[in-house]
Design a protein around this ligand. Structure first.
Ligand code: ZN
Ligand code: ZN
Length: 212
């Protein structure tokens, strides 16, 4: 570690160098310092390699996810109702329903008259519908979606459900899945705060309400 290099790093390096010497990590050698703790240097290099490998994996995963989110798969569209069970209590964490063209939503019988009228009036021929009850939000009596989007969502929720696949649906709360646990949790077990931020039982954080 040449003196000239340390000087170039700015003030304070002399003090730091003195501290490293007194801790017997460095020692004074002609025109600079010699690093005594080779093991520590090796461990730091190993750690740096590990972290850069991890970063590359995360970047690849994000690219794959963005790619999947952009896919339109009309041929994969199929009617479905999926209720991922909370990993903590088994209650439905969220509810995702796709109703195909000409089909009535599963809970049609419970819908109020006004909601039914509106649904029948606004649905065009060949129109898919997405009814989404998220952890902290809901799209009420549903929104029309294009067949390509319905296909992508159906793909995202084909069993077995797992985070990396569910996330390709592009839902704000990832259908209640925790990225780090790779498991869904219900509203109660996300411990959702007033600002729509949740913590899973393992303490991982996630924003669950896009309106904040
Ligand atoms: Zn729960
Ligand atoms: Zn978690």
């Amino acid at each position: 570690m040449p003196d000239a290099y340390l000087d170039g790093l700015g003030t304070g390096t002399t003090v730091l160098a003195a501290e490293l010497c007194s801790a017997r990590v460095w020692e004074r050698a002609g025109g600079g310092y010699r690093i005594l703790d080779r093991d520590a240097v090796g461990r730091c290099q190993d750690l740096a390699r590990l972290l850069s490998g991890e970063a590359a994996r995360v970047r690849a995963r994000i690219r794959a996810r963005d790619h999947a989110r952009a896919q339109l798969m009309p041929e994969m569209a199929q009617a479905m109702v999926v209720t991922p069970p909370c990993a903590n209590c088994g209650a439905p964490a969220t509810r995702i329903e796709l109703a195909g063209p000409g089909e009535l939503p599963a809970q049609w019988e419970q819908w109020p008259r006004t909601a039914r009228d509106s649904f029948l009036r606004h649905r065009g021929p060949g129109q898919w519908y997405l009814i989404l009850d998220g952890v902290a939000t809901s799209n009420g009596y549903g929104d029309p979606v294009a067949a390509g989007e319905a296909g992508r969502i159906a793909q995202a929720f084909r069993p077995p459900l797992r985070y990396d696949q569910v996330v390709t649906a592009g839902f704000y709360d990832d259908a209640g899945f925790c990225q780090d646990c790779d498991a869904p949790y219900c509203y109660r077990h996300w411990h959702v705060s007033e600002t729509g931020y949740g913590h899973c039982p393992a303490g991982h954080g996630k924003s669950l309400d896009p309106h904040w």
